[in-house]
Design a protein. Structure first.
Length: 369
């Protein structure tokens, strides 16, 4: 891994409201306290996507060339103890997904502590500095506080070779490595295209082309550009308690996204009452960012002329933060249609209303997102 002792600050802004909880969900347990529960340290090493063989053309299409860090400290002893207690309280809710034998999804919807950890400003600031781009907790709450538990059978992989549908993941190690053997976090030191070709041909990924993270100390974590790095967790050969906590982040800058269809991110077990509104909110958030980018590009004069874009951003902001949880697709569709009325008007009128014919590509992308 390339040395990264020198790093620059990344400005991180925060403005987030939270929708009411889904029916039947309650956030319980202890509250999260950044001063008490965090013990943040910057990683000593980082891997760049160019180190994995990615071309400059590919890297330039992304918001950052960061690939992966080494392990670094995240939680204090009280923080780790509190998280362990919350995982134990919620463990009975774990299910088997298509890829992971025992997983608990959306723990931030059920735990005050986990919700606070997922949306910690201090943690977001740190991972933004590591990745060298501003990151925020995933707008889909079901993606926050994902917990992988040891499978019942030690012969099973904790998690198979894959790349993530979310762009950045923080994998936090919740159990002491002295309590189990195996369970190593492993990543492929090549490109996504190379990995997918080898796996498609049934060859598997070559052992000499894979790397292990190293000792996974309790309370430490690794940050990874998860959509750009193939990775897995090896089987646990001894012990029954190898648990990781996974927090998803998205870049505030809108670039190439790894997943643009709901079917690509559905794991077969997420409750639709959570997943459908979360997905709708996420698409509204992306459209909002594209509209904000358009306003930034065209300056104050155009902001005054294109009031419909400003109205669109407010409606999209409200939808991205406060769209209620429901499995009623018709109600969701009506809410989404109402949120983009002004955006449709902006796309229709932006070019004709400006004497210089402003570029409406961002607005059209927002409408189609």
């Amino acid at each position: 891994m390339a040395d990264s002792s020198k790093h620059k600050k990344v400005r991180v802004s925060f403005s987030m409201l939270f929708a009411p909880l889904p029916p039947g969900f309650r956030r319980e347990g202890p509250a999260f306290n950044e001063q008490l529960h965090l013990a943040l340290k910057f990683p000593t090493k980082r891997v760049h996507l160019s180190d994995l063989g990615n071309s400059e053309a590919h890297i330039s299409s992304l918001v950052t060339g960061f690939a992966q860090s080494n392990a670094f400290q995240v939680l204090s002893a009280p923080g780790m103890a509190t998280l362990s207690g919350e995982i134990e309280r919620l463990e009975h809710l774990a299910v088997a997904s298509q890829r992971i034998p025992r997983v608990l999804r959306g723990a931030s919807l059920r735990s005050r502590f986990i919700h606070g950890l997922c949306h910690s400003q201090a943690l977001a600031s740190l991972v933004s500095e590591i990745a060298q781009t501003e990151l925020i907790a995933h707008p889909m709450e079901i993606m926050n506080g994902h917990i992988n538990l040891t499978p019942a059978e030690n012969t099973q992989f904790v998690d198979r070779w894959h790349r993530d549908t979310t762009q950045f993941v923080l994998v936090l190690f919740c159990t002491s490595p002295d309590g189990y053997d195996g369970g190593e976090f492993e990543f492929f030191a090549g490109t996504v295209a190379e990995a997918e070709l080898l796996l498609k041909e049934g060859k598997g990924l070559p052992e000499d082309g894979c790397r292990l993270l190293g000792r996974q100390e309790q309370g430490s974590a690794v940050l990874q550009h998860g959509s750009e790095v193939y990775h897995r967790v090896r089987p646990v050969s001894r012990g029954k308690n190898r648990t990781t906590f996974v927090q998803s982040f998205v870049p505030k800058a809108i670039g190439k996204e790894p997943c643009s269809r709901l079917s690509d991110t559905y794991n077969g077990v997420d409750p639709l009452v959570c997943l459908l509104p979360d997905w709708a909110r996420f698409r509204c958030w992306r459209a909002l960012r594209l509209c904000e980018n358009w306003l930034e590009v065209h300056g104050a004069l155009e902001k005054q002329k294109h009031v419909s874009v400003q109205r669109a951003t407010q409606k999209l902001r409200d939808a991205s933060q406060l769209l209620p949880y429901t499995a009623d697709r018709h109600a969701l569709s009506e809410s989404l249609n109402a949120s983009v009325v002004d955006l449709r008007a902006a796309v229709d009128s932006a070019s004709s209303s400006c004497p210089h014919g402003l570029d409406t590509t961002l607005l059209k992308n927002a409408l189609n997102t």
